[in-house]
Design a protein. Sequence first.
Length: 56
Amino acid sequence: MKLVKRNQKLHNPDSPLRIGEVNDGDVVKEVNEPSYIDSTRIIFISFIIEFILSIF
């Protein structure tokens, strides 16, 4: 629980990172991370939203 509180204090809403900031000497590397989002579910939800909006 102490770690959670410490990390909350490090949060900067203007930083591109969730916790902390990029400091001098830090190395930022881009990596390919597979998506775990089910694209068919997103398409279905988009369809439902468009349908609901078309009713109004």
